[in-house]
Design a protein around this ligand. Structure first.
Ligand SMILES: [Zn+2]
Length: 246
């Protein structure tokens, strides 16, 4: 979706980050290299996977905390031993969820909260899983929630290290946390999970209605939703260059 907004090629791309030239195939450097060459501008260029001029200013694009959380638990779950206690515990906790979904690590906000609250969940884990899970919970509570701890950068870095140890692949959201943490506005946590979930639900409904065919008006609405939920956000930099027809 973000790719579409920025004119980037959808689906698998070598450079999926709209801020830098993070090479998604260069897995050897994913956890060691924090700074990748900055994307100068998003001009159509086949080499960098940009196929159209951007529809919106990239400063307007933010990831809601819920999306980051969903992305993180996905990487965590995918790295779990599928025969191990932790993954089995997840299966037992959510008997209504298909094994395909569980293996893909597709959860929602309430399910994540339930796992965080469950003291038995941690007991099902081995040491490396426990470290990664606890680091994730700390980031959820002290960075992605309403309270941003002073040491949030340290918490995020610890989590990235623990995820690496567990064998998680670097995803675009994990990369975003690892390399672009400074782009999270201080009040990001003011977008509550409830807002995030409502938004998620709306997007799902729109997707069903339009059978996956997105149009530019929905894209623009998406961006505005993100911006509107940040109370002090700057609204003056509106581009009138393009007008969209539904
Ligand atoms: Zn990047």
């Amino acid at each position: 979706m973000v790719n579409f907004l920025l004119g980037q090629q959808s689906g698998f791309t070598k450079y999926p980050c709209f801020l830098c030239m993070w090479d998604s195939r260069d897995t050897a450097h994913h956890y060691t290299k924090k700074d990748w060459p900055v994307r100068e501008e998003l001009v159509p260029c086949r080499a960098s996977n940009v196929i159209n001029s951007p529809l919106v200013d990239r400063d307007r694009i933010l990831f809601p905390p819920l999306h980051i959380k969903l992305g993180l638990i996905k990487q965590f779950t995918k790295a779990l031993d599928k025969e191990g206690g932790c993954f089995n515990y997840m299966c037992q906790t959510f008997p209504g969820v298909t094994i395909v979904k569980l293996k893909a690590g597709i959860f929602d906000g309430p399910q994540i909260r339930r796992l965080i609250r469950d003291p038995e969940f941690e007991k099902s884990m081995n040491k490396v899983e426990q470290e990664a899970w606890n680091a994730f919970v700390l980031v959820v509570k002290n960075f992605l929630g309403n309270n941003k701890a002073r040491n949030y950068a340290e918490l995020v870095n610890n989590m990235v290290t623990a995820f690496k140890k567990l064998g998680c692949n670097m995803s675009i959201k994990l990369h975003y946390l690892f390399s672009h943490m400074d782009r999270f506005p201080e009040n990001l946590g003011s977008m509550s999970d409830e807002q995030g979930e409502r938004f998620h639900q709306e997007i799902k409904e729109m997707e069903t209605r339009y059978q996956g065919r997105w149009n530019a008006v929905m894209m623009a609405d998406y961006c505005w939703t993100l911006k509107r939920d940040i109370p002090d956000a700057e609204h003056s930099r509106v581009s009138n260059k393009r007008k969209f027809q539904p």
